[in-house]
Design a protein around this ligand. Structure first.
Ligand code: SF4
Length: 251
């Protein structure tokens, strides 16, 4: 006991300084593909054809990226003949197209934001990243963000997974039990548009087909700092920095 006490004092605070400082430690983000200019239109077409998720669109000699569709297979990053540029950031929360400018929760929520997480049929990857926010490195409590198990105490509904048929009703009941004002954060490609599950008789194909989503956090799965950026954007402490290229995430 005394060893760990002195060990802790000696090592000091190890939590990330994000959002005060940009966190650049190795491994905090897988990064993301970004729009890339090729020498010819034919090359852009090949790059788009290499994407299994239709996340790359060829426009002339440029290959644009619909990050909200990206499943992070990284085919466009390694091994293909036509590789896209890759940015190592994580602030990529998106506003929902067609819903106007996002209205953040009032400043009273800046230091007291309670989040209920609903696993609406995810594979476990996005949920695992959400759980990392409680570990000493990310330590979201220092920012006044807390998880709650009761919808009556929740301000934010954070959803992972494509909304399986079995989770449709529990998700709706959770949202209805939350007091206003409330916001919905769709985390991960599956929650945004169904991802690899798509829309089937067992999958709603994303949260927006069930509830009015407010913000999107792309990634498959998104790293903890991207999710943290999304939670900070909910209250306006950070702004959504990207606009979804398609109508996905739109209710
Ligand atoms: S990582 Fe995969 S899904 Fe994402 S843009 Fe590249 S090829 Fe497409």
């Amino acid at each position: 006991m005394s060893f760990w006490f002195w060990h802790g004092l000696k090592k000091g605070v190890r939590s990330t300084h994000y959002p005060r400082e940009f966190e650049s430690a190795a491994g905090v983000s897988p990064g993301r593909p970004v729009a890339t200019e090729f020498d010819s239109a034919a090359e852009a077409v090949v790059a788009a054809a290499n994407c299994p998720a239709d996340a790359i669109v060829a426009r002339g000699s440029a290959a644009e990226v619909k990050l909200e569709r990206c499943i992070y297979c990284q085919h466009c990053h390694y091994g293909n003949s036509h590789l896209l540029e890759w940015h190592s950031d994580y602030e990529w929360t998106m506003a929902v197209p067609g819903r106007g400018k996002y209205q953040p929760l009032p400043t009273a929520y800046h230091r007291s934001l309670h989040v209920i997480v609903v696993d609406a049929g995810d594979c476990g990857a996005c949920l695992h990243e959400v759980k990392q926010l409680n570990n000493p490195l990310y330590n979201m409590h220092r920012l006044g963000i807390f998880l709650t198990a009761t919808p009556r105490a929740a301000d934010v509904l954070l959803v992972v997974g494509p909304v399986s048929e079995n989770m449709r009703v529990p998700l709706l009941k959770t949202y209805e039990a939350m007091p206003a004002p409330k916001r919905i954060l769709a985390v991960g490609a599956c929650a945004i548009n169904g991802g690899v599950f798509g829309r089937t008789f067992m999958s709603a194909g994303g949260v927006a087909s069930v509830l009015p989503v407010d913000l999107l956090v792309p990634g498959d799965p998104p790293p903890p700092l991207a999710i943290l950026h999304g939670l900070l954007a909910v209250t306006g402490r950070k702004s959504p920095v990207l606009q979804a290229a398609s109508s996905e995430g739109n209710s």
